[in-house]
Write a protein that binds this ligand. Structure first.
Ligand code: CMP
Length: 140
């Protein structure tokens, strides 16, 4: 399998509970390398753009408000099959349905406050990385 990069967000419910280190440990234990990382307060416009695909969903407004409610940590993760691997490490969107020992099973509070985001495809990973990182900020 090819070495890939994926985009990750440690969401406000995670940063507020000081879980950055605990979640990063789970990411690194799975063999993914954190090749870029910064803590940012995202704007409403950035959150609306990032989650634009969900604009028509009933939870869109709540999702945007949550994502700007506290700082987040944005990351680029690198590794063999990183996109699928990170989705495995995160677990299902709804923590009640997530497998044991996944980030969401261990740490998420609810389907909305679910601690982490990870890209769902190579195409979206490229778009999402480009929204938050300049190429020279990613050091593999
Ligand atoms: P994420 O992987 O970041 O992508 C879209 C997000 O929408 C998802 O994680 C959840 O946090 C959020 N989401 C999905 N379904 C719901 C829901 N039913 N209610 C609230 N938020 C949701």
């Amino acid at each position: 399998m090819a070495v890939e990069r994926t985009f990750s967000i440690l969401k406000p419910d995670a940063t507020e509970r000081n879980l950055t280190g605990a979640i990063n440990a789970m990411i690194e234990k799975a063999g993914l390398r954190i090749v870029a990382q910064k803590r940012v307060q995202i704007t409403k416009a950035q959150a609306e753009q990032f989650y634009g695909v969900h604009k028509a969903r009933p939870f869109f407004g709540e999702l945007v408000e949550f994502m700007i409610s506290a700082p987040v940590v944005v990351q680029v993760l690198e590794g063999e099959g990183a996109i699928a691997k990170y989705r495995e490490v995160m677990g299902a969107t709804d923590p009640a349905k997530a497998d044991a020992n996944t980030i969401r099973k261990v740490h998420a509070k609810s389907i909305g406050e679910n601690s982490v985001h990870g890209s769902d495809s190579a195409e979206n990973a490229a778009i999402e990385m480009g929204q938050f990182f300049a190429g020279n900020e990613i050091v593999g």
